[in-house]
Design a protein. Sequence first.
Lengths: 167, 297
Amino acid sequence: MNERTPIGEAELRLALRGLRRDIEPARDLWPDIAARIGALPRQGASRRRHPWLLSLATAASLAAALGLAWQLRAPPATAPAMPAVASAPSLVEREADSLTVQYQAALRELDAHPVPANWQPGIEALDRSAAEIREALRAQPDSRLLLERLRATYTRRLALARRALYA
Amino acid sequence: MHTLLKLPVAIALACSALAPAWAATPIDQVRPLDPRGRVEIDNLKGRVEVRAWDRQEVRVTGSLGDGVEKLVIDGDRDELRIEVKYPNRSRNTEPTMLVVQVPLQAELEIETVSADIDVHGVAPRELSLQSVSGDIVANGAPRRASVESVSGDVNLTFNSSEVEASTVSGDLVVAGRLTGEASVETVSGDLRFDSRGERLRKFSAGSVSGNIAARLALAEAGEIRMESVSGDLGLDLPKDLSAEVSGESFSGDLSAPGAKIQREDFGPGSSFHQRYGDGKGEIRLETFSGDARLRLF
């Protein structure tokens, strides 16, 4: 019987995000989506009443187009209305932020246990690399390359922390 | 010499002969194994050496570190598991050295934490080597190889059709007559790949800050993908290359023979697209701030 542990759930969350990443659309959906976004009223009253709904729908469509996961949560109420086509880069950045939040939550559970000294060089290299990628994402927030590297680095870091539990 | 004078000498000689036994317990065990059987080896610290031989048996020699609970060898002719068992609080145990002779084509899986791994002359269908901080050196002709280290350096010389190898902070060298597919990754370690003139169907290499240097040939309609964040990429291919090559970088420098590098009018970013020969293969180089260079030889 597979017993569910908090650690298992944390890893599962990350694994699920990886699975969703692999679902690629059969064709490039972005031109259609961009056209629909362009046709939407920019500052309409209805949008002001429910800005999160439109943002969510737009983001969900973009997520499908890019093959990226989308965390089902509304943006902060104070978030500015998304400019029509310029919203694409921010999706990657949001995905990275969301991934980082989940990663940090998982890591808090795993890093509560002491890690042997000879594991430290690898752990520190991964932490430095994750910080470097996040910094790079601030300069190039629409980079799928950076998002993929960040995802891979987080996955390796969690795998190492998990393995250290049995060291 | 007088008997009384001989006694201290004899005691000293006896003590010196016993000294290694206090530090480590010698091992010498033999088990039968089918020529294509499977061997798993697990040793936390010390060293694991594997050598191929032409017998249908596995011989385990070496020395068990002081404080180690025991050496366990279990299984049958199809599959053997060799495990160094440590007590629960294993901080004060001494390293264990294992020298394992295996049938040439026996499948092999070795896992260590800080123990170095040294594999020589094997030709299994599957080879899997894993360490956290130990160095890995291996040569042979596995059909499929998977090698992973975290902070240890890895040096592989394989004749193989499918290789996956990765490190985090350790350097990675993969060379040999490599055909088929190869996937190599580091995080901050440097990576060097050389297929010794063999053509690969698919090659992928990635890093965050480690530099990557790859020298290989591409099979017809083959695919190469190399990417890094801040590490430099260098790709050397034969002049008869047939591929569509594209490169992209946010702030690194790009270069490829005959290619015109396009730069963004405003802000950072550069790219190129160049066709070589009939353009049958596909090559993509991408970095954030690292340089990327294609060279034809």
